[in-house]
Design a protein around this ligand. Sequence first.
Ligand SMILES: *Cc1c(COP(=O)(O)O)cnc(C)c1O
Length: 430
Amino acid sequence: MRVILASASPRRAEILARVTWPFDVLPAAIDERRLGDEDPETHVRRLAREKAIRLSRAHPEAWVLGSDTVVAQGDDIFGKPADDADALRMLSRLDAAPHLVLTGFAWARGGEAVVHDLSRSEVRFRKIGEREIRAYVATGEPRDKAGAYAIQGGAARFVDSVRGSVSGVIGLPLEGVLESARRLGISEPVSPLPPEAVALRLRAVRGEVAARTVAAGRPPESCRLVAVTKGHPAALAHAAIAAGATDVGENYVQEGARKRAEVAALSNADAARWHLIGPLQTNKAALAVRTFDLVHAIDRVEVAAALAKRASGPVAGLLQVNVARDPSKAGVPPDDVLAHVRRLADVPGFEPRGLMTIGPLDADAAATRGTFAALRQQVDELRGMGYERLTELSMGMSDDYPEAIAEGATLVRLGTAIFGPRVRPVGDRR
Ligand SMILES: *Cc1c(COP(=O)(O)O)cnc(C)c1O
């Protein structure tokens, strides 16, 4: 079965790649002008349908997904701006009042639209003002975006609230697309991911991490994305690094060492920093120092000492903190952090660089944020006491990285969000 995305928008391809059907991208050239009496919803539904039908006629055997997005205020439609002045005009109006982002989509086969639907999201800007709007327009980002902004880009900081589908606002309402595909019997997305999909997903996730970092009032590069490859083949780690991943994370020393060697055989292992994010036993210290650039989950001074003893140069590591004192989790309790940092700083050849934690499971967003806020407070206090080199906060995984970034994470460790579900169960150490 072949799936074709009838769209020239790289954002749509990035979103569709998250569900990992192998698909082809073929833009559909249609007349996008609004008909005289068409309201915005009818208009966007029609364009999505026409795009799908247009390509479906040429590829009747395939499932073709067409989509179109407009920004609407009342009866007015904001498409792509004609020029920078037009972008400035649009953004000023969007700043003044809430607007709807309408994304239509349609599945077509055999030259006919089989399903079409619409996602409707309400977006409010906080009052941004003309100066900030001008600065944003000058970045060039608004030029090819409906409504002159990209919520996943520099405009993330303008947004006060979104009610509806976030992926719909970016350009493809993934929930609706998946639901309709299931109803039509379009086969399930594949796992493991094809390497081509990794590049798209990595870019999408990286854009989101950067947008959230900016929204938290920090420079975008102040939070790094560690692509967690545990449970995935070396080919996917290789694909991620080829697509620009600068940091790769593994949980187990042997799996990481083997994978790094396999990726090296494919050429680019050293283009990334390798992170050990899982627990470490002292008897694996020698292999760990040869394989990894940063060890995240140190919870005993003996482990740091074993690493330093086997290394030829300085070894960097993070102290794992069990913020919520969860008995099923590793890490030192919050009250013991200062004592551990003191002792770690005294280990010759070892450089403590910061703190790491794993967020609570099944907690609500507020409780999760509280955990991450507590870790940040600890690192701030330590820095205030003269441990200025403790600059890293490793926190946030696929389920909770938005909260972690909001609380100051400098390293987020993301596996599933980039590579999809793990094929091999976690904990299988082979
Ligand atoms: C597996 C793992 C991750 C990645 O988890 P995802 O939910 O797949 O993003 C991050 N940190 C640690 C410590 C892990 O064990």
